[in-house]
Write a protein that binds this ligand. Structure first.
Ligand code: NAP
Length: 322
């Protein structure tokens, strides 16, 4: 029987051609929920991203063996449920690390030097004399960067910070990251100390029950009034209402955000009215090169998992042990 794969995100043509060498491909628009679920019901594998996959959607997908997400984060899935059903979940770590770290640094620099706000100010025709203090920002070099979740992406941010900008790096993880300590002088501290001492607090944890809402009103109050919060992890790691309050009341200086509690961010969000917010439309890994590499990687993960030869990029390895 020909294997059937459901693609619920548009794929680059060469990646789709690669998949067609190995299986029949059914393209679905995930917004058409019923058609998506119907396609999953007789599929062997599925590839896509940015869509919540709930247990009821795969209740009758008895042939399904592999879900391949074109992302490193897998918070859209109920992993325990997939594991119970014997479905392998694969993801795309590493290929997006550097591009995402670039986005984090773009947010750090843009927030500190008010790049977006001042570029808009120039376009609005306000630049009529040489600028004064009202347009000054704050330095990035030499400051203290606190990374909450120093893993692959956090490590690439720490490298830029320590080697490029001579910053001091603090971090919180459940386990020590000895490589980052050795190579970038990163120091592991408790979250409270990180919040109290950092000039930039940068979130790079996965979204899990433990990290959901981990930065709320209390944590924001512990930050320096001069500090800047950067979030390129997942929106719900931060209590957005508390953040808006902190930004409106100068509890912290500014925020650089690539992710939000609800995406796309509503056009009437109070965040968009604040000059001290840089808001991006979840572009962490969004370069032509990296998005292509992610799609290719996810397609290869999917075929190898169906063939039973995949050894890495597996989220729920315990399925294979059965
Ligand atoms: P990773 O290598 O697994 O790093 C995650 C880090 O978070 C690890 O160092 C982990 O260390 C730490 N961590 C996990 N749970 C924690 C907790 N409860 N408290 C404190 N630290 C915790 O993952 P990555 O490849 O760097 O990706 C990180 C996340 O970035 C992804 O899950 C995704 O949500 C997000 N992301 C966003 C974009 C974007 O477009 N904005 C792009 C790519 C990724 P311990 O296990 O030792 O705690």
């Amino acid at each position: 029987m020909t294997r059937k794969i459901v693609a619920y995100k548009a794929l680059p043509s060469d990646v789709e051609a690669y998949l067609r060498e190995h299986a029949e491909i059914v393209n679905v628009d995930a917004k058409d929920h019923d058609a998506f679920v119907a396609a999953l019901n007789d599929a062997d594998g599925a590839i896509g991203a940015s869509v919540k996959i709930t247990p009821d959607m795969i209740e009758n997908a008895t042939r399904l063996k592999v879900f391949s997400t074109i992302s490193v984060g897998f918070d859209q899935f109920d992993v325990a449920d997939l594991t119970r059903r014997g479905i392998v979940l694969t993801h795309t770590p590493d290929v997006l690390t550097e591009s995402t770290a670039d986005t984090v640094f773009a947010l750090i620099l843009a927030s500190a030097r008010r790049v977006v706000e001042l570029a808009e100010w120039v376009k609005e025709g306000n630049w009529k004399a040489s600028i004064g203090e009202a347009c000054f920002g704050v330095d990035v070099q030499g400051k203290t960067l606190g990374i909450v979740g120093l893993g692959r992406i956090g490590g690439a941010v720490a490298r830029r910070a320590a080697l490029g900008f001579r910053m001091n790096v603090l971090y919180t993880n459940r386990n020590a990251n000895e490589q980052a300590e050795r190579d970038f002088g990163a120091r592991r501290v408790e979250l409270d100390e990180l919040l109290e001492r950092s000039d930039f607090v940068c979130l790079q944890v996965p979204l899990t029950p433990e990290t959901r809402g981990m930065i709320g009103a209390n944590e924001l109050k512990k930050m320096k009034r001069s500090a800047i919060l950067i979030n390129a992890s997942r929106g719900p790691t931060v209590d957005e209402a508390a953040l808006i309050d902190a930004l409106q009341n100068d509890t912290i200086r500014a925020a650089g955000l690539d992710v939000f509690e609800h995406e796309p961010l509503a056009a009437d969000s109070p965040l968009l009215k604040l000059k001290n917010v840089v808001a991006l439309p979840h572009i962490g890994s969004a370069t032509h090169e990296t998005r292509h590499a992610m799609a290719r990687n996810a397609a290869e993960n999917l075929i190898a998992a169906l063939d039973g030869t995949l050894t890495n990029n597996i989220v729920n390895r315990e399925v294979l042990a059965r």
